[in-house]
Design a protein around this ligand. Structure first.
Ligand SMILES: Cc1cc2nc3c(=O)[nH]c(=O)nc-3n(C[C@H](O)[C@H](O)[C@H](O)COP(=O)(O)OP(=O)(O)OC[C@H]3O[C@@H](n4cnc5c(N)ncnc54)[C@H](O)[C@@H]3O)c2cc1C
Length: 472
């Protein structure tokens, strides 16, 4: 068979984004569909497992493969076509959200869905079907995809849309990269007038107050996100701060020509005009413990009570707040971190989230950063979204707390299962098969497995996440 002579790179250590998982494996870096095809052929003939990797921004083990090859798609990164009239962009799947927004903003467009970081690739974003702070309004990224080409492990290239190969369309998007490789993707961008958003900060005393605000305002908001002080207990349990943001309508921004310029969008390089961004995590380091983070969360809540005036903020600043501090995750060193994000139906969400916050406090393992969002259901096979709310919680992982943290995650799983909730593979580090079986219906898991058999009959696509949740 051809391509048996593909040179296999030396193994290297690759980390998950949260630095908790790792794999030491050969990493291929193809820059064309032909090269990906050759890797598939090689894996088929040599009985090797492979996983794709985009920006490596999944918190857990989604883009790791410890017993095979990692195929890093980040060099497959050309913007192929742009239509100024329709706002449709066609890109290779290794193109990042950063590349896209920087390319389109001065043309008067913005990506319809972005994550809290701009570093994911489109292939990675589709595989997990990412959501933004506007999920309640515009759905997940899949809703904005017009078409993609898809290379199956058998070497076939299929064109998928909502009207053609629709079963594959709705399962490859959300399919954790387990059915094949996204090649070229066409996505419709959102037309914008100004480079700024109108932002309103709203402090809230409890999760219930936060949810009430979301319910009262979601129909008239473009973006809504809540930060939650996970350390606050007693009558302050679930207190937080909402940031509502809206596009500025045409004619309402006298400085729109200036505001939309790329140079005025980019995140500042220094804090307070003085401290280089790259130093910031070092300054945050002394606070990276239970007491320090309790203080930081309290200070944030306090500032939310004082700074209540509406203001304007650039799209990038609002969307990618976490990118403000490069390498902020290093504050968790010499340990690492995981994120545990729960998705709960709106009827049970607040009670269950309160229960989760109390449980974390009782166990002495409190989330350093907790974020609240509103969602809406969609039709993607392994969807995480539903008609309700999510709370994403960042936890430090140390050698000493790891066992207790995993036990806590299992306890929280029970609360989520009982409440009819879901999880999100992009954020997951702790999920077990027994939980996956309860959150997805039996039919959903069987359908996914039968699609996997159809498109990947030799089962060469396998991530550490897939092994952990579906095969172990
Ligand atoms: C700071 C931070 C904030 C975040 N905020 C959000 C948020 O607000 N909303 C949200 O939804 N997510 C969020 N995420 C998660 C992130 O958006 C997802 O994990 C996303 O999938 C990462 O894309 P990636 O390109 O880095 O893919 P990776 O993490 O490298 O891989 C993700 C999956 O995609 C597969 N894959 C990658 N490329 C391809 C391809 N070409 N073809 C087939 N499969 C492929 C991989 O095998 C893997 O299963 C955040 C992550 C971080 C680190």
């Amino acid at each position: 068979m051809e391509n048996q002579n593909l040179t296999v790179p030396a193994a290297e250590k690759v980390l998950s984004w949260g630095m908790t998982h790792s794999a030491t494996s050969p990493v291929f870096t193809p820059s064309s569909a032909e090269e990906v095809k050759k890797i598939f052929q090689y894996a088929q003939t040599h009985n090797k497992k492979i996983v794709f990797r985009g920006g490596g921004c999944s918190y857990g083990d989604a883009s790791l493969q410890s017993d095979g090859f990692i195929v890093d798609m980040s060099l497959y990164n050309k913007i192929i076509d742009w239509n100024q009239i329709t706002g449709v962009i066609r890109v290779q799947s290794g193109v990042t959200i950063k590349q896209i927004w920087e390319f389109i903003i001065e043309k008067g467009f913005w990506p319809p869905v972005v994550s809290g970081t701009m570093m994911p690739t489109i292939g990675g974003a589709l595989s997990m079907n990412i959501h933004g702070k506007n999920n309640f309004k515009v759905g997940t990224i899949g809703e904005h995809v017009l078409e993609f080409t898809f290379l199956t492990p058998e070497g076939e290239i299929l064109t998928c849309s909502k009207n053609s190969n629709e079963e594959l369309f709705y399962s490859a998007i959300s399919g954790m990269g387990m059915l094949g490789c996204f090649l070229e993707v066409s996505i419709k961008m959102k037309k914008i007038y100004s480079g700024k958003l109108d932002v309103i900060p709203v402090p809230t005393k409890s999760l219930q107050e936060m949810a009430d605000y979301f319910e009262a305002n979601y129909q008239t908001s473009d973006y809504l996100v809540g930060w939650v002080d996970a350390f606050a207990g007693g009558s302050s349990l679930g207190r937080g701060l909402i940031h509502k943001a809206d596009y500025i309508p045409e004619g309402k921004d006298p400085d729109f020509k200036n505001n939309i310029k790329l140079e005025n969008q980019n995140l500042p390089t220094r804090f307070f005009g003085l401290i280089p961004k790259s130093w910031m995590w070092i300054l945050m380091f002394p606070f990276s413990n239970h007491l320090g983070m309790k203080l930081v969360n309290f200070a944030k809540y306090l500032s939310g009570l004082i700074l209540t005036k509406p203001y304007q903020q650039g799209h990038a600043e609002y969307a990618f707040l976490l990118d403000y501090v490069p390498n902020w995750k290093f504050i968790y060193k010499p340990g690492s971190m995981i994120q545990y994000q729960v998705f709960l139906p709106k009827e049970t969400a607040i009670d269950s989230m309160n229960e989760i916050l109390k449980l974390c406090q009782k166990r002495g393992l409190v989330s350093f950063l907790a974020v609240f969002k509103k969602h809406k259901p969609d039709n993607y096979l392994l969807t995480h979204s539903l008609d309700g709310y999510s709370m994403a919680m960042d936890f430090p992982v140390t050698r000493r707390n790891k066992k207790a943290l995993w036990d806590l995650a299992y306890e929280m799983d029970e609360i989520v299962i009982k409440a009819g909730g879901r999880f999100y593979f992009a954020k997951d580090s702790t999920l077990r098969p027994i939980v996956a079986e309860k959150i997805f219906s039996k039919e959903t898991i069987e359908k996914f497995k039968s699609l996997k058999k159809k498109y990947d009959p030799k089962q060469i696509l396998e991530s550490d996440l897939y092994k952990r949740v579906f095969l172990s």
